[in-house]
Design a protein around this ligand. Structure first.
Ligand SMILES: Nc1ncnc2c1ncn2[C@@H]1O[C@H](COP(=O)(O)OP(=O)(O)OP(=O)(O)O)[C@@H](O)[C@H]1O
Length: 888
């Protein structure tokens, strides 16, 4: 397979010619750097005059500049000469040609854009054809010792779709296709031997080329000129042959027929040029789009260029443009073409021709090479033997001086491979076992989390309508997890057994090594291997913990959402209860709990801090439960190592004998410690996680009174919620009124609400509540609820024992509640029995109350533990203040 390469595209901007300078045309190309240009940039001098006066506003008749930034492989500005183009663009192609690749260069552009100048140049400034050929001959000269070259050139033109030979002025010639591509029938190549010979031939060809003056160019070429160099190279040593082709194509101007103002023959000429260039454009577009069918056959030009565009060729396109706005459209089209051509990919193959080298020669060559290989092999063997002998001599010398015998390399290798094999088995079993264990724990965790979601669902369900389906779904997935765990249990046991067996074999090998002569040496090797195993183990554990962490992170995100919603609900309910006079000490206590949790999450706490411990108990986080999830243990009843201490037994022991200063006890202790270090820890027995989801038994105990008339009283019949019990003994003095209030405010059998009735200061009464019930999951769920802004700080202050919360509702306040202004006062009992406010209005009222509280000491709020003092208004709303002002 050949390499695939994009067509390289260079853009050359020629200098403004005399005509353009005279007409003082605008410059439509700005070369930004050696690969980028801007088409139709803003003019530097963008001034607009009207009736000789410079206008401050823009000339609205002016076309908006395109300001297109375009990128190519190379961009040359007006300063660049042909030498520069050759150095950057075609010199590298010569090397490719010498390597056996076909190469093509074609110049494209409108008439007078500088195509012929680029290709042929003039006497002072030679074109790239000459320069490239010069380089080609230079390289041929340098390679002449190893290769034989034959060079033949052809110079053709395609004029009005006819192929003519420019060197012999004959034609038209026919095109035909064979296995090597499109060939021109009857074309005879002209052999040349140096670049100077070429100059004459090019001059001759150009004389024969069809040229006619046009408006745009006095020497306009009206045909496509194709200059080709055919090179045959033969490798002198191998006889390998290559034939390569370098094509340099000077296309006719791509301008619109109208711009040349041709009539008659010129018009036909222009139409044919346009036809072939249109066909070329179609091919470029289709190739750029990667289409399979390319219409090369639409014109002779595209047939000849077939190989250069989409075949086995390294292709360079040089798009020539004039910077003048006179050729605005032509330049724009050329640049667009160039951009499209940049996308074309061609495939490159070296052109190697099967040789006719005699078989005997090849056999001789193969035999020679085989003999050389044998000789080199023998030499290598010799050198290896010498090395082994040298190592053995050094070892012998060492053992003679130290008394320590160096083992042979072969023996060491045998041991090493046995150890490696043993550890490889351990490693494999360990990997499987730990991965399965991790999988099991993750499944257990997921199952546990699902159970948690299930219990949350049961609590937060509104009507139980979708609950059963949700619960069924959750339980199905829990079941699925459990089944997976059960399924992989067998596999895990199998791997646990293999792991154990592998460790037993390893242990046996260790024993063997311990009793061998190489114990010291191999002991180090074993320790290195042990470290590998340990590192692997740590890696598995790390991966496991990371997975767990990811799961928890996801879970936390869900919980955060629930928390945020719950916090809002709790806040609203709290304010509602407060406005209804139903806040009790138990609720406040829970609020305090929440606030404490919140403090915990924000600040740094020490583990021995009492609050911290209390809190950990509250949220039920225990070290063991976490350990159960995150810890991966070794197999159960793994055999305890028995005298594995290679270092102590074999190496250190010897050293210790020398070290007289060390006491016997210390040595013993160190040995014990070391043994402990080497021991594989006996793992804790695997404790399967409890997969049973805690089912929450919920029983309806209250019917909740909703704050608005439209909302119906909802009775949850399936699940248990905290039970509200009112525990305030009625005062005998106001028993009658209290009874009245109680009757009107109680709407459920389980919920009772008693009021002390109006006191001597005109209050309706003080109500105290407490909530009895199981400490259930809800309390921990709402642990992050922010209540600080709604509850006075001293209420929630740590250590402030809230035994009773007394809230007093003022009769006046109720009578002149915002809704009742201007209406007849609502009966007291009705007001008491039906909360007259929505959650939102409660929040508003509360804000007002806060504002009132900060404004002055006159506004007061319910203070726990100070119920006796709080006998007047619990809050002071705007409307109430308004009414008081009216009265004044
Ligand atoms: N880079 C350049 N520097 C100086 N002169 C240039 C350059 N490019 C072109 N010219 C001059 O501009 C004129 C037109 O150039 P040229 O004949 O190469 O255009 P062309 O693209 O081949 O036109 P056509 O398609 O009509 O043959 C010539 O006189 C040429 O010398």
């Amino acid at each position: 397979m050949g390499d695939s390469k994009n067509i390289r595209v260079a853009v050359r901007v020629r200098p403004l010619n005399r005509r353009e300078l005279e007409q003082n045309q605008r410059n439509i190309i700005k070369v930004l750097d050696h690969t980028t240009l801007m088409f139709d940039p803003d003019e530097d001098e963008d001034e607009f005059f009207f009736h000789g006066m410079k206008q401050t506003h823009r000339d609205i008749t002016k076309r908006v500049k395109k300001k297109l930034t375009m990128e190519y492989d190379e961009v040359f500005d007006a300063e660049a000469n042909n030498e520069a183009i050759f150095e950057t663009c075609t010199k590298p192609l010569v090397q490719s040609v010498m390597d056996g690749y076909n190469c093509s260069v074609f110049v494209y552009g409108a008439t007078g854009a500088g195509k012929t100048f680029t290709m042929l140049g003039n006497e002072e400034c030679r074109g790239i054809t000459f320069l490239t050929m010069k380089e080609l001959f230079r390289q041929i000269d340098s390679l002449s010792t190893s290769r034989k070259f034959d060079i033949g050139i052809s110079y053709l033109e395609v004029y009005n779709e006819l192929v003519m030979n420019l060197l012999t002025k004959t034609g038209p010639l026919k095109l035909r296709e064979d296995s090597s591509g499109v060939v021109v029938s009857g074309l005879i190549l002209k052999q040349i031997h140096n670049a100077e010979e070429l100059l004459d031939l090019l001059a001759l060809g150009n004389q024969n080329r069809t040229q006619h003056p046009t408006d745009a160019n006095a020497e306009s070429s009206r045909s496509h000129a194709i200059f080709q160099v055919h090179i045959r190279m033969v490798d002198k040593s191998t006889g390998q042959k290559r034939t390569v082709k370098l094509s340099m194509i000077d296309l006719a101007g791509s301008e619109r027929a109208a711009s040349t103002k041709g009539i008659g023959i010129r018009f036909k000429e222009g139409a044919n040029i346009n036809k072939s260039l249109l066909a070329l454009g179609n091919c470029i577009n289709k190739l750029a789009d990667g289409l399979k069918h390319i219409p090369y056959r639409d014109s002779n030009l595209t047939r000849i260029l077939k190989d250069s565009l989409g075949g086995n060729c390294q292709t360079l396109m040089i798009a020539n443009v004039s910077p003048s706005s006179l050729t605005y459209d032509d330049t724009y089209n050329t640049l667009k073409y160039a951009s499209r051509a940049k996308k074309i990919r061609t495939t490159l193959r070296q052109n190697i021709i099967p040789t006719n080298v005699p078989k005997e020669f090849l056999v001789k060559k193969v035999n020679e090479q085989a003999a050389e290989i044998d000789r080199l092999k023998a030499r290598l063997k010799d050198l290896e033997e010498q090395k082994t002998a040298a190592v053995a001599a050094v070892a012998a010398a060492k053992s003679a001086s130290t008394g320590f015998s160096v083992p042979s390399e072969a023996l060491l290798n045998t041991w090493r491979s046995r150890i490696d094999q043993c550890y490889a088995t351990v490693k494999k079993a360990q990997e499987h076992y730990f991965n399965l264990q991790s999988k099991e724990k993750i499944l257990n965790l997921r199952s546990k989390l699902k159970a948690q979601v299930e219990s949350i669902k049961k609590i937060v369900t509104l009507d139980g309508k979708h609950l059963n389906a949700d619960i069924a779904r959750l339980e199905a997935s829990i079941d699925r997890y459990n089944k997976q765990v059960t399924r992989q249990k067998d596999e895990m046991n199998r791997w646990a057994k293999r792991y154990k067996d592998a460790m037993k074999s390893l242990e046996a090998l260790r024993q063997e090594i311990r009793s061998s002569d190489l114990a010291t040496l191999l002991g180090f090797y074993l320790r290195a291997k042990d470290s590998e195993i340990d590192a692997n183990k740590s890696n598995y554990k790390k991966n496991h913990v990371m997975k767990i962490n990811m799961i928890y992170t996801d879970e936390n995100k869900q919980l955060e959402k629930i928390m945020a919603l719950s916090a809002e609900i709790v806040q609203q309910d709290y304010l509602l209860l407060r406005s209804m006079g139903r806040l009790d000490n138990v609720t406040l206590e829970k609020m305090e709990q929440m606030a404490r949790l919140d403090i915990y999450t924000r600040g740094v706490r020490f583990s021995d801090d009492d609050d911290h411990n209390e809190l950990m108990q509250e949220v039920n986080i225990t070290d063991t439960s976490f350990d159960e999830i995150t810890n991966l243990s070794d197999c159960a009843d793994f055999p305890a190592p028995n005298g594995l201490d290679m270092e102590t037994d074999c190496g250190v022991k010897r050293l210790n004998d020398i070290d007289e200063s060390e006491s016997e006890n210390e040595r013993k202790k160190a040995k014990e410690d070391h043994n402990k270090q080497l021991e594989f820890k006996r793992p804790k027995a695997l404790r399967p996680l409890n997969l049973q989801a805690k089912s929450v038994s919920v029983k309806s105990t209250i019917s909740r009174k909703t704050p608005t008339k439209t909302q119906k009283t909802t009775t949850i019949t399936q699940f248990k919620v905290p039970k509200l019990i009112v525990s305030n003994p009625p005062k005998p003095s106001s028993a009658k009124k209290r009874q009245k209030v109680a009757n009107s405010s109680t709407s459920s059998n389980d919920t009772s609400d008693t009021s002390d009735g109006p006191d001597e200061n005109g209050g309706i009464g003080n109500s105290t509540f407490c909530i009895e019930g199981d400490k259930d999951a809800t309390s921990s769920l709402f642990s992050n609820v922010l209540v600080g802004s709604n509850v006075d700080p001293h209420v929630l202050k740590k250590g402030n024992v809230i035994s009773k919360v007394t809230l007093t509702l003022n009769k006046e306040n109720r009578k002149f509640s915002p809704k009742r202004v201007g209406k007849s006062p609502r009966p007291l009992l009705r007001t008491n029995s039906r909360p007259h406010t929505s959650a939102a209005s409660v929040i508003n009222r509360y804000r007002m109350m806060k504002a009132g509280a900060t404004a002055g000491p006159s506004s007061s709020s319910a203070v726990p533990g100070n119920s006796g003092d709080v006998k007047s208004t619990a809050y002071d709303s705007d409307s109430e203040r308004k009414i008081r002002n009216i009265r004044k």
